[in-house]
Design a protein around this ligand. Structure first.
Ligand SMILES: *[C@@H]1O[C@H](CO)[C@@H](O)[C@H](O)[C@H]1NC(C)=O
Ligand SMILES: *[C@@H]1O[C@H](CO)[C@@H](O)[C@H](O)[C@H]1NC(C)=O
Ligand SMILES: *[C@@H]1O[C@H](CO)[C@@H](O)[C@H](O)[C@H]1NC(C)=O
Ligand SMILES: *[C@@H]1O[C@H](CO)[C@@H](O)[C@H](O)[C@H]1NC(C)=O
Ligand SMILES: *[C@@H]1O[C@H](CO)[C@@H](O)[C@H](O)[C@H]1NC(C)=O
Ligand SMILES: *[C@@H]1O[C@H](CO)[C@@H](O)[C@H](O)[C@H]1NC(C)=O
Ligand SMILES: *[C@@H]1O[C@H](CO)[C@@H](O)[C@H](O)[C@H]1NC(C)=O
Ligand SMILES: *[C@@H]1O[C@H](CO)[C@@H](O)[C@H](O)[C@H]1NC(C)=O
Ligand SMILES: *[C@@H]1O[C@H](CO)[C@@H](O)[C@H](O)[C@H]1NC(C)=O
Ligand SMILES: *[C@@H]1O[C@H](CO)[C@@H](O)[C@H](O)[C@H]1NC(C)=O
Ligand SMILES: *[C@@H]1O[C@H](CO)[C@@H](O)[C@H](O)[C@H]1NC(C)=O
Ligand SMILES: *[C@@H]1O[C@H](CO)[C@@H](O)[C@H](O)[C@H]1NC(C)=O
Length: 598
């Protein structure tokens, strides 16, 4: 098996205690200085915009969950009872996740569910004997319908292994913070009323139907139904092959006038770096003994009664053991603490769903190898007016996706190109108290991937890019389009790795450059927003097996956003395990983004 292939695809563990001593013994390789011995308990951060209410005093605080995840492998999730805070008027809710580890440990995946609905998918930093700690917040206002209920089960899954080598146990605290922003300056932008139940229904129904495509946090759903597994092994479905299909039968209330499915996905095992996986024929023809493969195309399919109603080309979240673990100390990769979820508007399908019968919501991951964790939440908005909600289809156009592959290789050197596209167009009408509104959703997903292996596979270059274009239009037969929403996002990733075999077996010196970003532009009627979040990393490491014995990593990140809440930008650089510069700015500058926020 060739070292370079192996190295790209493993989740590595930092073992820096052995580090600084001597630089790796390779003469013909240009070496940066060896990393200084580590600084005690590091605070890891995911760079993102602070929540608009972080600066406000919460109306109430609900510490709910304290647990130490030691050897939890094979155990069911850990649970706590949730009830909405008493005597608290709130409009927005935040989940505060705070955690620490105290010994050597690899990165782990974790999730938080409330009554089986996933609130958060997160991954942990790797830990050294010095320990790590981290905390972050997530806006969970979109789950208001659940958060205002009593006696629900909050479950947290974090499968961890503790033995004589992996000594780190994770201490996790979860606290819910409730804010009442009625009186704050945020209010006029985010015009949510206090308890979702108390909102003037008519007004809300109108704006929710018309603003169908507004973010879920702005007009939270009335009902959330999880599309998730039974729970003993976590509420996520585990998908191990491209043929695995998982389902759940759900009957939705017959007064539903809007439906959105929010999908959570994460890739693990042999598919953790699916976008770098070589095709099987390359592996076979070179006699490589590796379990990963199957090329780079993966698409998470969402089905309704076996019809594909949407799909996700996931953002490549890199866990902290990924690619070069020294990149992610202390700045973790984009999405590592708060993995993105993906929303698919299902309102055009209400014509199928509103028949007082059970329908089957399912997932699959095209071309998957082991394994993917997938589940979803169905967000439903209900009409409590006197009319009987009715709905019907207008257009369901879902041509099969097409994936094209080109390859040329000679032994370990070669070039593999993969391209794919899926275009869908769905529309349907819903007659409710808001009138007879037609919702049209068009989606175009595209991806491009190119892998180059050179110098007998010791130089690997991966270029991967996903582009997503979605447009939602709401129209009334009489007055034409009454609202429109569009979002365009793209997430390119570029990775270049050069490896040199060391003197001993399983010893390699690897140098890596990585660029990954998430870019998004949204238009909601006359509102515009633009987000760019980009990381650039470079470094090297001396690896034995799966352990990083020494190395260095530098990461710089630029996050800029401009939207109806204002502007925010942050530029952070970290080198050899420490932040070396950090500039934050709340002012809008003409140079940062274009477009206006009305
Ligand atoms: C968490 O621990 C603190 C201090 O030990 C305690 O005050 C709090 O009630 C605990 N919370 C839960 C939900 O157990
Ligand atoms: C939740 O409450 C039920 C009964 O109200 C109790 O039996 C159960 O032990 C509680 N669970 C936790 C994790 O506290
Ligand atoms: C909630 O408010 C009611 C009425 O104002 C009061 O009777 C009750 O004691 C309060 N409960 C708590 C837990 O503060
Ligand atoms: C969790 O909460 C307990 C009690 O408040 C506190 O002692 C501990 O330091 C917290 N741990 C983390 C990781 O925040
Ligand atoms: C980590 O914490 C757990 C639980 O508090 C404890 O049992 C374990 O001994 C600690 N490990 C180390 C390496 O300190
Ligand atoms: C809470 O839920 C549990 C089980 O789901 C049930 O046994 C218990 O009676 C409930 N408690 C209240 C106060 O509703
Ligand atoms: C909000 O404003 C109203 C009227 O301006 C006032 O009566 C109320 O006390 C304020 N509430 C809070 C929580 O500040
Ligand atoms: C969308 O919702 C906002 C807030 O609820 C409202 O002010 C706005 O008028 C709505 N837009 C349309 C087109 O109704
Ligand atoms: C809607 O569902 C409710 C409760 O499930 C049922 O009582 C009612 O008859 C249904 N309405 C129609 C029009 O089917
Ligand atoms: C392939 O690798 C596995 C695990 O590394 C090893 O157990 C197995 O013997 C290898 N097979 C061959 C044919 O080399
Ligand atoms: C709603 O409008 C569609 C056409 O856009 C029409 O086919 C349907 O019959 C209307 N439904 C009702 C209940 O008026
Ligand atoms: C590539 O590998 C082959 C077979 O292992 C070897 O003969 C050749 O010299 C290598 N080429 C380079 C450029 O390392």
């Amino acid at each position: 098996m060739h070292p370079s292939l192996l190295l790209l695809l493993l989740s590595l563990l930092i073992l820096l205690p052995f580090s600084a001593a001597s630089p790796p013994p390779f003469q013909r390789y240009p070496l940066p200085s060896a990393r200084r011995s580590t600084i005690p308990p590091q605070t890891q951060i995911e760079v993102t915009r602070p929540l608009p209410f972080d600066a406000l005093t919460p109306a109430c605080t609900l510490p709910l969950f304290n647990h130490t995840f030691a050897h939890t492998s094979g155990l069911p999730p850990s649970a706590a009872n949730y009830s909405a805070p008493l005597n608290c008027t709130w409009s927005n809710a935040v989940l505060h996740f705070s955690a620490a580890a105290n010994g050597t440990q690899v990165d782990r995946i974790a999730a938080v569910w409330l009554a089986g609905a996933e609130l958060l998918r997160t991954s942990t930093p790797e830990s050294t004997p010095d320990g790590v700690s981290w905390s972050f917040t997530k806006d969970v206002t979109r789950f208001s319908a659940l958060l205002s209920r009593k006696n629900l089960s909050l479950s947290v899954m974090l499968e961890n292994t503790v033995d004589e080598f992996y000594t780190g146990a994770f201490d996790v605290n979860i606290t819910f913070l409730f804010y009442n922003i009625k009186n704050s300056s945020i209010h006029n932008r985010r015009s949510l009323n206090s308890s979702p139940r108390k909102i003037i229904r008519n007004q809300r129904r109108q704006s929710a139907a018309i603003n169908a495509s507004l973010e879920l946090d702005q007009i939270p759903a009335d009902l959330i139904i999880p599309v998730s597994a039974a729970g003993e092994e976590g509420y996520w479905f585990k998908i191990q092959t491209g043929n695995d299909a998982v389902y759940q039968g759900i009957q939705i209330p017959n007064n539903t006038y809007r439906a959105v499915i929010e999908v959570f996905v994460s890739a693990h095992g042999d598919d953790e770096f699916w976008y770098t996986n070589p095709p099987d024929f390359y592996i076979e023809s070179n006699g490589l003994n590796i379990t990963l493969g199957h090329g780079v195309y993966r698409e998470v399919l969402v089905t309704l009664d076996d019809n594909v109603v949407g799909s996700v080309l996931p953002f490549p979240v890199i866990y902290t053991g990924g690619i070069n673990p020294l990149f992610w100390d202390p700045i973790v990769a984009i999405g590592a603490f708060n993995l993105p979820s993906y929303e698919i508007e299902l309102t055009p399908f209400l014509g199928i769903l509103l028949d007082d019968k059970k329908h089957y919501f399912g997932f699959g991951v095209a071309d998957a190898i082991s394994f993917w964790l997938v589940d979803a939440n169905l967000h439903l908005w209900l009409d409590d007016g006197p009319v009987k909600v009715q709905a019907g289809p207008i257009k369901y156009k879902n041509p099969n996706n097409c994936v094209e592959r080109e390859s040329s290789f000679a032994q370990l050197n070669g070039k593999f190109e993969t391209e794919g596209e899926r275009k869908t167009e769905f529309s349907g009408w819903v007659y409710s108290s808001a009138g007879n509104l037609t919702t049209s959703v068009t989606t175009k997903l595209e991806f491009e991937n190119e892998i180059n292996y050179k110098s007998n596979g010791t130089i690997v270059k991966v270029e991967h890019e996903v582009k997503v274009k979605k447009q939602i239009q709401i129209s009334l037969p009489s007055s034409g389009t009454v609202a429109s929403f569009s979002v365009e996002s793209k997430y390119p990733l570029e990775l270049k790795t050069t490896s040199v075999a060391g003197s001993g077996p399983d010893n390699y010196l690897v140098s890596t450059e990585l660029e990954v970003s998430y870019q998004e532009e949204k238009k909601i009627d006359h509102f515009q927003s633009k987000l760019t979040n980009k990381q650039e990393c470079s470094g090297w490491m001396f690896v034995h097996g799966e352990d990083v014995l020494s190395g260095a990593g530098a990461t710089s990140q630029t996050y800029t956003v401009k939207d109806s809440l204002g502007c925010y930008s942050r530029k952070v650089s970290a080198d050899e395990g420490a932040v070396v510069s950090d500039n934050e700015n709340f002012l809008c500058s003409a140079g940062v983004v274009s477009g206006s926020s009305a």
